[in-house]
Design a protein around this ligand. Structure first.
Ligand SMILES: NC(=O)c1ccc[n+]([C@@H]2O[C@H](COP(=O)([O-])OP(=O)(O)OC[C@H]3O[C@@H](n4cnc5c(N)ncnc54)[C@H](O)[C@@H]3O)[C@@H](O)[C@H]2O)c1
Length: 261
């Protein structure tokens, strides 16, 4: 079949984006709006239910389809309610974007002295949360003949030199494992590893004059920072028929940060 730009459309599909309702200018919000613009009905899911409603309202006001759901992805009962809400409202689930994570909250954690409760909480959200959401949507994806799962990694996992990076590197392992195990069922599992992105959380973590920002300026191939909307093209490739032969991959959207010396 000759390629058509329409292969990036996902009209009639139903997508869940976790972590899409938190701080104002977030990556999850850009993902939710991008998927809606490409034709999907979007479940905007976040621990912050009020923030999720703002983003869902924004999508609906722009003519899209969206529903806000408050969820704690580390809680299996809460995740089961999320999957049910998606099925009840839009008939099923085709796309899951595992974007919710603890990042700002765990940036300073050090391996030598992190408390066991803090370690468990970080992995409970950043790793187990993605697994729980995946398990919850699989029955619906199977019933619909396939699906797309995209896990949000980070340039900070390549290599992992922080505990946050450890959690994202583990999520990379979950990505390739699920891709291998679910491929025959036409369920694609891929990942995006953004570089330093100017969401509100990203701005908090790396102010212009921080030592980390200076290090990036000295080492990133192309450009140090990106905007949330600059990640959306990669997401649409992985969620649409344009990406029909892609699974188990990480797209590094980072201006070449991963190539730093
Ligand atoms: N901003 C960056 O520079 C950057 C770079 C690489 C990767 N990332 C990743 O991108 C994603 C989004 O980052 P962001 O910059 O938009 O930050 P953000 O803090 O705005 O987004 C994280 C979201 O996850 C939600 N969340 C946290 N715990 C949750 C839980 N238990 N259940 C449900 N939701 C929960 C938060 O409420 C928040 O809305 C994260 O996975 C982050 O690790 C960000």
């Amino acid at each position: 079949m000759t390629f058509s730009i329409d292969q990036f459309r996902i009209d009639g599909k139903v997508a869940i984006v976790t972590g899409a309702g938190g701080r104002g200018n977030s990556i999850g919000r850009a993902y939710a709006r991008g998927l809606a613009n490409a034709g999907a009905a979007v479940i905007v899911a976040d621990l912050n239910a009020e923030g999720a409603k703002l983003v869902a309202d924004e999508i609906v006001a722009a003519g899209g389809k969206a529903l806000a759901v408050g969820v704690d992805i580390a809680d299996p009962a809460s995740v089961a309610r999320l999957a049910r809400a998606a099925a009840d409202s839009f008939g099923g689930i085709d796309i899951l974007v595992n974007n919710a994570a603890l990042m700002v909250e765990v940036a300073a954690a050090r391996a030598a002295d992190i408390a066991l409760d803090d370690w468990n909480r970080m992995l409970g959200v950043n790793l187990t949360g993605a697994l729980l959401c995946t398990q919850a949507v699989l029955p619906s994806m199977r019933a619909r003949g396939g699906g797309r799962i995209v896990n949000q990694l980070s340039g900070g996992a390549f290599p992992a030199v922080s505990l946050y990076g450890v959690s994202k590197l583990a999520l990379y392992g979950l990505t390739t494992t699920l891709a291998r195990q679910l491929g025959r069922e036409k369920i694609h599992v891929n990942a995006i590893a953004p570089g330093n992105t100017m969401s509100d959380a990203g701005r908090l973590l790396t102010p212009d004059d921080s030592p980390f920002t200076k290090l990036l300026e000295a080492t990133v191939a192309m450009r140090v920072r990106g905007q949330p909307d600059e990640l959306v093209g990669a997401l649409l490739l992985l969620c649409s028929p344009a990406g029909d032969w892609i699974t188990g991959q990480v797209l590094h959207v980072d201006g070449g940060w991963v190539l730093r010396p």
